[in-house]
Design a protein around this ligand. Structure first.
Ligand code: ADP
Ligand code: MG
Length: 272
């Protein structure tokens, strides 16, 4: 099982859309996929059709609470299956109190990893939808094998990206030396504007030499913005949409990277 954290401390850059759409796309390619909603806002959970996540009992926060306190738990109790062929661990607002609990927990960076290790044999991919912060939850998520960074096609995205790369670097040194950067994916791209093209060029220029930048860019698409309110993925809501096709293509790139890695090629080593 390969675990991929979808991370960026900035909100509104397309993390949740990427986590959900890429999970569905990988599932459609026949992969066994688990999506973990690690954001207390529960946007991914709602996107997957759960109307009132805060009424759920068996959420990620409940599982993490058990792990922190050494209480018996079964991973299966926290996993729901989705009609589009993937499984997910829902989130709820309670996850914010788990963040507080994490502060004083033993091996606090490894709580989510314990859960992931317990489901390792059951899935090909586990994707983690991170909250918009660099707090304990995203740091827990960086116990993953790799991190995929959605970056919005805006000039000011670059500075935030540098801060995130520094955090990843610190995690590589202190906590998870095997952590790789899966790649950067440009989101909310409006190809009609020079801005999107400039940011794309800037990104490739600044980071392309030592980091994978996905060829696929995710275009801005009204129907992609509408789909969460229907609790349907874009594959269901807008099967032939341009964002849908882009996420299908992105999944192809992720699968190719995985195969190259199996052959011992490709993938970028830690930055130091
Ligand atoms: P994050 O999880 O980083 O906060 P989201 O995935 O929730 O970001 O996206 C932020 C907003 O942008 C949401 O309203 C979402 O529906 C919208 N959005 C995401 N991707 C696209 C896209 N390709 N085209 C149009 N709107 C998008
Ligand atoms: Mg989100």
């Amino acid at each position: 099982m390969k675990t991929i954290a979808i991370s960026n401390q900035k909100g509104g850059v397309g993390k949740t859309t990427t986590a959900v759409s890429l999970s569905v796309a990988l599932a459609r390619q026949g992969k066994r996929v688990l999506l973990i909603d690690a954001d207390s806002q529960a946007d991914a959970t709602k996107y997957l059709g759960v109307e009132n996540p805060d009424e759920l009992q068996n959420t990620l926060s409940a599982a993490m609470h058990c792990i922190i306190n050494d209480l018996p738990y079964k991973t299966g109790g926290y996993i729901q299956s989705h009609p589009e062929g993937l499984d997910f661990v829902p989130s709820s607002i309670d996850l914010s109190s788990v963040e507080v609990e994490l502060v004083n927990a033993m091996s606090r960076e490894r709580i989510l990893k314990t859960f992931l290790d317990d489901v390792r044999g059951k899935y090909d991919y586990a994707l983690i939808d991170c909250p918009p912060s660099l707090g304990m939850m995203p740091v827990n998520a960086l116990s993953a094998d790799s991190v995929l960074i959605p970056v919005q096609a805006q000039y000011f995205s670059m500075r935030g990206l540098l801060q995130l790369i520094r955090t990843i670097d610190k995690v590589q040194r202190r906590q998870n030396p095997r952590l790789k950067i899966e790649g950067i994916v440009l989101t909310l791209v409006d190809n009609r504007t020079n801005l999107s093209r400039d940011v794309s060029a800037m990104l490739r220029d600044a980071y392309g030499a030592n980091m994978h930048i996905f060829k696929t860019e995710i275009p801005m698409c009204v129907r992609a913005a509408e789909s969460p309110s229907f609790g349907k993925s874009i594959f269901d809501y807008d099967p032939r949409g341009k964002a849908t096709l882009a996420y299908e293509q992105l999944a192809g790139e992720v699968l190719t990277l995985g195969r190259k890695k199996e052959l011992g090629r490709g993938g970028f080593a830690p930055t130091r």
